[in-house]
Design a protein around this ligand. Structure first.
Ligand SMILES: C[S@@+](CC[C@H](N)C(=O)[O-])C[C@H]1O[C@@H](n2cnc3c(N)ncnc32)[C@H](O)[C@@H]1O
Length: 222
């Protein structure tokens, strides 16, 4: 690591953080089942039976297992090998004929030639992928023209500035991962700058204030 770039050092730290979290994450119940069900249904609405789909930051694979039977090919990726191992165990236990492929990868090294995917999905993950404009530029390379980027992203730039001040301390104590403080409005501006037009804008949460807009964005055709 001594000779790694700043970004590879960040990635290695993130990987260790999420590896440590994996077992606990797998045990967590979905906090807002109605909101989650709605997000899944809206996502399915936009996916076709033959689609090639890439998911970034798939965690322990719950969403990938639910969506894979409805598309052509589903590759679910995560920076954490421990998350991917749990996801693979869950897929084996599900015994379903159609399971996603799970691979350890970040957005930067996700496999795929330019335009390889009809849709890229990132749920609770875009704010963890470093610089948002750079992450969206990478998504734009992976999605074919006319293809979709579907996301639900905590917009931490919209929370109290006090929280923002707390994060470096939490990171020092290894209690928080690297996060980016994007706002909901800023995220839409960055999507437009990366060549995407928002075609659906919704709320993920079914109750209270929710900082995670559900966005479906289409990559421009030319
Ligand atoms: C909050 S969890 C969300 C998991 C799942 N998508 C969900 O909604 O339950 C964030 C996931 O993103 C992964 N992650 C963090 N940074 C990443 C990166 N740079 N590239 C890919 N995955 C990353 C973590 O390992 C973790 O599994």
């Amino acid at each position: 690591m001594a000779h790694g770039t700043a970004d590879s050092r960040f990635s290695a730290r993130d990987e260790r953080f999420w590896d440590r979290m994996a077992r606990r994450y797998a045990r967590l119940a979905v906090r807002d089942a109605a909101g989650y069900a709605q997000t899944l249904a809206r996502t399915r609405h936009w996916l076709g039976a033959g689609d090639r789909v890439l998911e970034i930051g798939c965690g322990t694979g719950t969403t990938a297992l639910a969506l894979a039977p409805h598309v052509g090919r589903y590759l679910a990726t995560d920076i954490s090998g421990a998350m991917i191992a749990i996801a693979r165990d869950k897929a084996a236990a599900a015994g379903s004929a159609v399971v996603p492929a799970f691979e350890k990868a970040t957005l930067d090294d996700a496999p795929g030639a330019p335009g390889a995917y009809d849709a890229v999905l990132a749920f609770n993950a875009l704010h963890l992928c470093g610089d948002v404009p750079a992450a969206l530029a990478r998504v734009a390379r992976l999605v074919r023209p006319g293809g979709l980027f579907i996301s639900k992203t905590p917009c931490l730039g919209d929370v109290s500035p006090v929280f923002r001040l707390l994060v470096p301390a939490l990171r020092l104590a290894r209690l928080a991962p690297r996060v980016t403080f994007v706002t909901a409005a800023g995220l839409e501006r960055e999507l437009a700058a990366a060549g995407f037009a928002v075609v659906e804008r919704g709320r993920h949460g079914s109750r209270g204030r929710d900082l995670r807009p559900f966005l479906v964005a289409r990559r421009a055709v030319s």
